[in-house]
Design a protein around this ligand. Structure first.
Ligand SMILES: Cc1cc2nc3c(=O)[nH]c(=O)nc-3n(C[C@H](O)[C@H](O)[C@H](O)COP(=O)(O)OP(=O)(O)OC[C@H]3O[C@@H](n4cnc5c(N)ncnc54)[C@H](O)[C@@H]3O)c2cc1C
Length: 395
């Protein structure tokens, strides 16, 4: 079997590794010619994502990408008072792994190293324009006019997936979450924080972690939906100024991190993907953000990509034919990913309303978080290595 994966992001690279592990050949095509190590700032891989990486045979990959163990979250209000805490100290004992914060560009770089070491071909600068399907084959049409055939085509091309647009033209469009995320990292003279520090500031939500003299920070700036592509034209220094103004009346720790910052690494409008009626045909399937992008507030987008990368290869290996394998895969994943997308949206809405700064929010947040803690426990305790796609599948 030959699988053609469109998109060499976290989902695409991880899937190629997962397929290699079960003895299925794949190739990757990627629109961009290269990506820098500072691309996309940083993200957190949750314990379930770390378990998935181990199942992909890459337990040391996050370490190679200089990831830092983080555990737990402390929430504070605009006065700096701690209003809630998610304890993460027992995560390793409970889930077999702890969360890790990792620079996105370095993670992607290490994934590509692992892909190349496995002998998997990656073609950069190849942009998918359309996907066609016949009973015997799926064909990717590239923007340069070439046509590439394969037994299975996987769209791992992110939230604005062209594979999705081509195969499911009526699929819902990503939904804007009301904030623009920006952030970066900066050297700082503060002790390690270990737990992520989150502030419901007066006008915007702010978060940071300090690890070995570096503060990793982000701010969620409430804003109307920007036209696509316009944010890239805004000077990062101007963004930083805007963020400083928004947090000018927030606690000293927030201002200290922002005073040290020299630039924002970028600005990303936050979207999630409403539930798709279907994300597989007989020979085409979606994974990662192309299928189930979540609001980053869930802290699960990358981890879900890694889980997909374990389960889809097993479904292809174990099911009687390709069409059933792809259906088994989506049946296995749908319940879990939809629950997480819904949770991410709820948390994102809370953060977007940070500006309200209300006393009601301070009072209700501990209850909201207690409910969130049990959802988080469910997410973290998912052992992808124990999931059998045939048990949830159609055949
Ligand atoms: C600001 C922000 C913070 C986040 N924080 C976290 C976090 O803390 N924890 C977490 O788990 N997740 C987080 N996420 C989500 C996480 O980054 C995504 O879930 C994950 O990167 C999705 O990976 P992907 O490979 O599916 O998509 P992408 O990373 O978008 O990769 C898609 C790839 O496909 C390529 N491509 C696109 N179109 C085409 C085409 N037509 N032809 C060929 N190639 C194409 C792209 O160039 C890209 O390389 C965050 C997201 C954002 C925006």
């Amino acid at each position: 079997m030959d699988v053609l994966i469109c998109g060499a992001g976290i989902a695409g690279c991880a899937l190629a590794l997962g397929l290699h592990r079960v003895g299925i050949d794949s190739r990757l095509i990627e629109a961009r010619s290269s990506a820098g190590p500072e691309e996309g700032a940083f993200l957190t891989i949750a314990p379930n994502g770390m378990i998935a990486l181990a199942a992909l045979g890459q337990p040391g990959l996050v370490e190679a990408a200089r990831g830092a163990a983080v555990s737990g979250i402390e929430f504070r209000n605009a006065a700096g008072r701690r209003i809630a805490r998610l304890d993460g100290t027992g995560d390793r004992a409970r889930y077999g792994a702890t969360s890790h914060l990792v620079r996105r560009g370095l993670l992607r770089e290490q994934l590509l190293v692992a892909v190349r070491e496995a002998g998997i071909a990656v073609e950069h600068g190849a942009r998918v324009a359309a996907v066609r399907e016949t009973p015997g084959e799926a064909t990717v049409v590239l923007e340069d006019g070439r046509e590439l055939g394969a037994d299975v085509v996987v769209g791992a091309d992110g939230i604005w997936s062209q594979v999705r647009a081509s195969v499911w033209p009526d699929a819902p469009r990503p939904a804007y979450g009301g904030v623009i995320d920006c952030g970066g990292w900066v050297p700082i003279d503060l002790p390690d924080s270990r737990a992520q520090q989150m502030y419901f500031g007066r006008r915007a939500f702010f978060g940071f972690v300090v690890h070995r003299g570096t503060a990793y920070w982000f701010s969620n700036v409430p804003a109307p939906e920007p036209a696509r592509g316009t944010l890239a034209k805004i000077d990062p220094a101007a963004w930083l100024e805007r963020v400083r103004e928004l947090h000018a009346d927030d606690p000293a720790a927030v201002r200290r991190v922002l005073d040290a910052a020299t630039t924002s690494l970028g600005a990303w409008p936050i979207y999630d993907l409403p539930s798709l009626a279907t994300w597989q045909t007989a020979r085409v399937c979606l994974v990662g953000d192309a299928a189930h992008a979540t609001n980053p507030s869930a802290g699960q987008g990358a981890s879900l990509c890694l889980e997909d990368a374990v389960i889809l290869p097993r479904a292809l290996r174990d099911s009687p034919n390709t069409a059933i394998a792809l259906a088994n895969f989506t049946n296995t994943r749908r319940g879990r990913v939809e629950q997480i997308v819904a949770m991410g949206r709820r948390i994102g809405t809370r953060k977007a309303s940070s500006a309200a700064g209300s006393r009601f929010r301070d009072l209700s947040l501990p209850l909201f978080l207690r409910m969130g803690a049990s959802a988080t426990h469910e997410q973290y305790s998912y052992r992808v290595d124990e999931v059998d796609p045939l048990a949830h599948g159609v055949g």
